[in-house]
Write a protein that binds this ligand. Structure first.
Ligand code: NAP
Ligand code: HSE
Length: 439
């Protein structure tokens, strides 16, 4: 045996799956269908030994040898022959306990579970560190788009200045439908549910929580500083009206639900909210259920990563890539290499301090002097207006659209509180940030 061959002792790498739902089935399919290619690329075969499920009798839509299935977690977690555990069960418990047990038992762990990673990343990395195994979670953000490894490895030379993502396919589908098919929110949501994109209780997606978890993960990696879910400012898309989409288009913008992570001398801010994005921005053309992440690094400049953020095979593509990465480390006897990268403790910039441009839609009384009252309050709060357009007038009321210059959010909020109390103001219908353009 030559020196090079000495370390390549393993004849196969053995895998245990926790879960065989949408993603688990995808992983099984990819490992079967592309197994020969993956074996040649890796050097040894990957072998699935056991799969934990709840229901042994369930029709899974593909043939799985019954001997592979178990309802006993110990047959996966405690089997000394299993090298890598692939957690595609979802949820928080018992999943977290299973994953920690697997790590304690010296197994590398791959997960697609953004909820668990966003909430317990620190504990999971610490557990992986103790046994020097890999804990990898590429599929937890933006499904098939390999953005985590890109940030950790391919862009490692860069200070990341900002990262803007469309990281929720359901909301991107709904906003794309509202924009392109000119339907309202309720109709677009119903279509997303009929197509299986949105769940019956769509809160997680449409109120921005799914994207917030993904942005907590991406922000932590981009800025090397732990961003917890509570650190992420979140607004969803329930209140976006067809009128806003139409007026935004007239002004040269599209409305998208964006995940935004910015690194500034005043601190980092990570947020999820709808925003007007210039039609010329690369993310503006990302429609339907597609995801994309736009990154600015000080060396690379602008880079964008685009693809499917969910689904059986795209998500499995990312999971299997993690399996192969961890398997390589095991074959070559290398301890887990992509460990926790949160070595800083960056100050978080509160949303009130974040400067933005704003799109505002108000209904006011249609009479002389109304705009002067509004402009006066804005002036007192250092809110400078870039444009004011009267859209419609009927029954003594006018709908006006204003776009501001950049101003700290706290100033805008204080001004809008006073403006909302003016007797001449009927309603402040929409306040939407404008993103993706220079001052
Ligand atoms: P899913 O279709 O609901 O599948 C979950 C699987 O886990 C099922 O096979 C289920 O068993 C099994 N399971 C759940 N709880 C269990 C328990 N306590 N004991 C044993 N087995 C249990 O879920 P999924 O859509 O594949 O998602 C899995 C994970 O991937 C989640 O964390 C999700 O956020 C993430 N993810 C999903 C997508 C996507 O496109 N679906 C994309 C990116 C990330 P039974 O089949 O017997 O019920
Ligand atoms: N529900 C998510 C989305 C997919 O709509 O993008 C899983 O993360």
């Amino acid at each position: 045996m030559s020196v090079g061959e000495e370390s390549l002792r393993k004849e196969q790498v053995t895998i245990g799956l926790l879960g065989l739902g949408t993603v688990g089935r995808g992983v099984y399919r990819v490992l079967c269908d592309n197994g020969a290619l993956i074996t040649r690329r890796l050097g040894v075969p990957l072998e699935i030994k056991k799969i934990l499920v709840r229901d042994l009798q369930k029709d899974r839509g593909l043939y799985i040898p019954p001997s592979l299935l178990t309802t006993n977690p110990s047959e996966v977690l405690d089997d000394p022959e299993i090298d890598i555990i692939v957690e595609v069960m979802g949820g928080m418990e018992p999943t977290l306990s299973y994953v920690l047990q697997g790590l304690r038992n010296g197994k590398s762990v791959i997960t697609a579970n953004k909820d668990m990673v966003a909430a317990y990343g620190r504990e999971l990395f610490a557990a992986a560190q103790r046994t020097q195994r890999d804990f990898l979670f590429e599929a937890s953000v933006a499904g098939g788009i390999p953005i985590i490894r890109v940030l950790k490895e391919c862009l490692v030379a860069n200070y990341i200045q900002e990262l803007i993502g469309i990281v929720n396919g359901t909301t991107n589908y709904i906003l794309s439908k509202m924009t392109l098919a000119k339907v309202d929110f309720a109709q677009a949501l119903a279509e997303a549910q009929a197509l299986g994109y949105a769940e019956q209780d769509p809160t997680n997606d449409i109120d921005g929580f799914d994207a917030a978890r993904k942005m907590a993960i991406l922000g932590s990696i981009a800025f090397n500083s732990r961003i917890s879910l509570e650190d992420v400012y979140v607004e969803g898309i329930r209140n976006i009206k067809p009128a806003d989409i139409q007026y935004a288009a007239e002004l040269g913008y599209v409305i998208k639900l964006l995940g935004i992570a910015k690194n500034t001398p005043d601190g980092v801010d990570v947020r999820v909210h709808p925003a007007l994005l210039p039609c010329t921005h690369p993310l503006a053309a990302v429609n339907d259920v597609f995801n994309a992440v736009f990154v600015k690094g000080d060396a690379v400049g602008e880079a964008m990563f685009f693809g499917r953020g969910a689904g059986e095979l795209p998500t499995a593509s990312a999971v299997v890539a993690d399996i192969v990465y961890a398997a390589r480390n095991l074959i070559h006897n290398v301890p887990g290499m992509l460990s926790c990268t949160c070595f800083e403790d960056r100050h978080l910039r509160p949303i009130e301090a974040v400067p933005n441009k704003y799109y505002l839609r108000l209904v006011v009384l249609d009479r002389p002097g109304v705009l002067a009252q509004i402009a006066f309050i804005f002036g007192e709060h250092e809110v400078s207006l870039a444009s004011v357009i009267q859209k419609s007038a009927a029954e003594g009321k006018a709908e006006i659209v204003l776009v501001t210059h950049r101003v700290a959010e706290g100033n805008l909020r204080r001004a809008l509180k006073l403006i909302g109390e003016l007797p001449v103001v009927d309603a402040i219908c929409s306040v939407i940030r404008v993103e993706g353009e220079e001052d």
